[in-house]
Design a protein around this ligand. Structure first.
Ligand code: AMP
Length: 132
């Protein structure tokens, strides 16, 4: 059982800010910025790939509401909206959740590593591989 299932079942406490039949939103216990929120699916999907698009779409609607609230109530200038998708990306809890992290101008937080450079022709090659 994932830690989020235990929260959903009421077995461990959380600071809940929203709940419906499809998802809930709680404060992350280890905030990267105060107010850091997790929008969590009620059903367990280990990664984004397993989740129905309707569920993801609904969760994104809630993310938008959380984003708006962070701007209105915390004075956030922006948010980072992040899904860690599989352990290689840093996902610790195998249960779909979207991080919404309030950001403030010049807060000094950075989630992106330094940028890389493509070798000659490499961008075209990656473009071909990833073309949908
Ligand atoms: P991820 O690395 O994307 O799987 O993120 C998992 C997140 O869950 C981390 O940011 C943790 O701080 C958070 N977390 C773990 N346990 C709890 C808990 N009991 N209540 C709230 N957040 C939690």
């Amino acid at each position: 059982m994932t830690v989020f299932e235990m929260i959903i079942n009421g077995d461990i406490p959380s600071t809940k800010i929203y709940e419906d039949d499809i998802c809930l939103a709680i404060l992350d216990i280890a905030p990267r910025s105060k107010g850091h929120t997790l929008v969590i699916s009620k059903k367990v999907y280990p990664t984004l790939a397993e989740a129905p698009s309707e569920t993801v779409s609904h969760m994104m609607d809630i993310v938008k509401k959380v984003d708006r609230k962070m701007r209105e109530e915390l004075g956030a200038d922006g948010t980072n909206v992040i899904i860690n998708n599989s352990p290689a990306s840093g996902q610790e809890v195998p249960h779909l959740h979207i991080h919404v992290i309030p950001r403030f101008k010049d807060d000094g937080i950075s989630f992106f590593p330094p940028s890389m450079k493509y070798e000659e022709g490499e961008a075209a090659e990656y473009g071909r591989k990833l073309a949908l």
